[in-house]
Design a protein around this ligand. Structure first.
Ligand SMILES: [Zn+2]
Length: 74
């Protein structure tokens, strides 16, 4: 499940190869001083390995390498 939510609750998807470790992800995407807080006063919305729609049914690209995400990346 290579999806991360950044601290502002924006979803960020990766292919399996580019998915960062939780420590790296939290440093880059989970810092409210960099990516801001979530809407409606929800504070830090960082999430790791979050639920996402099946990639083969959607048109997502990997955030890092821009490859289209497929079933194998789910
Ligand atoms: Zn990738």
């Amino acid at each position: 499940m290579p999806r991360i939510y950044d601290s502002a609750s924006d979803p960020i998807d990766f292919c399996k190869k580019c998915f960062p470790t939780e420590a790296v992800a939290e440093k880059v995407y989970g810092d409210v001083t960099k990516t801001g807080e979530g809407p409606d006063g929800r504070g830090n919305c960082f999430g790791y390995e979050a639920e996402h729609p099946p990639y083969e049914e959607c048109d997502y690209d990997c955030t890092t390498c821009r490859k289209p995400l497929k079933e194998r990346d789910n």
